[in-house]
Design a protein around this ligand. Structure first.
Ligand SMILES: C[S@@+](CC[C@H](N)C(=O)[O-])C[C@H]1O[C@@H](n2cnc3c(N)ncnc32)[C@H](O)[C@@H]1O
Length: 224
């Protein structure tokens, strides 16, 4: 799979600016896990995905970060896991943390380049919020096409009505987007998913340069 790995351009293949996003996460590395040590919501949502799929399912972890906790959790549940991330450092850490899984340095918009799909399930924890809101509906459509019929998607976002907002994050600047809860539901449903369940958590990261946030976890199924 080495031929799909590697990201050189500041623009995604769909023309959206990725300047600084990969570099920020290259520099953050495993400090990300230190700043977000309490991942009850993510672990519960990952468990829903792991338990809802037959053992041995093929599962994609989108924006996998360090591979902790989600890729590890899915592998430990007996699934075959593929992870993608924009950041070469995150891919390096994920390969070290979860050697049983396959990881590729790939932009989410280029998922069709992966040879492994279609997938039985996907996890997208706090990764779609790194995209421009103008591309999220098309990317959700892409995710749906890369899932088998009735395939499952566990997704989390931070609730916020922002688009491509530059924020300080662990000594770096990243750009993030979000939706209010009802708007997020609408975008997901319009992309062809049924929302089976939802949880929300108020979260105060350990780092003082990240304000408290409301995290939304949605459990979805490909509708058509
Ligand atoms: C906030 S972190 C979440 C990491 C992990 N999913 C978790 O929840 O622990 C976002 C991750 O998405 C990755 N990312 C950002 N934009 C991406 C893109 N366009 N394609 C793939 N990965 C991306 C970042 O490098 C980072 O590892």
């Amino acid at each position: 799979m080495g031929d799909v790995d590697g990201i050189d351009d500041a623009l995604s293949t769909t023309g959206f600016d990725r300047t600084g996003q990969a570099e920020a996460f290259d520099s953050i590395g495993d400090r990300y896990d230190e700043a977000f040590p309490h991942k009850e919501g993510q672990i519960a949502s990952g468990q829903w995905l792991a338990d809802s799929l037959p053992t041995g399912s093929l599962v994609l972890d989108l924006g996998c970060g360090t591979g902790q906790p989600t890729a590890r959790q899915l592998v430990d549940a007996g699934h075959r896991v593929v992870g993608v991330d924009l950041s070469s450092e995150m891919i390096r850490l994920a390969r070290a943390n979860v050697p049983e899984a396959q990881f590729h340095q790939v932009d989410i918009v280029d998922l069709e380049d992966l040879r492994e799909g279609p997938f039985d399930g996907m996890a997208a924890f706090f990764s779609l919020l790194m995209l421009n809101r103008d591309e999220i509906p098309d990317i959700l459509e892409l995710l749906r096409r890369q899932l088998v019929e009735n395939g499952l998607l566990a997704l989390s976002m931070v609730e916020a009505d922002v688009n491509d907002l530059a924020i300080p994050f662990l000594g770096n600047t990243i750009r993030v987007s979000g939706y209010l809860r009802e708007d997020l539901h609408q975008v997901i449903e319009e992309a062809g998913f049924e929302i089976l369940g939802e949880d929300s958590y108020t979260y105060a990261p350990l780092s003082s340069d990240i304000p408290p946030e409301i995290q939304l976890f949605l459990h979805c199924r490909r509708r058509r």
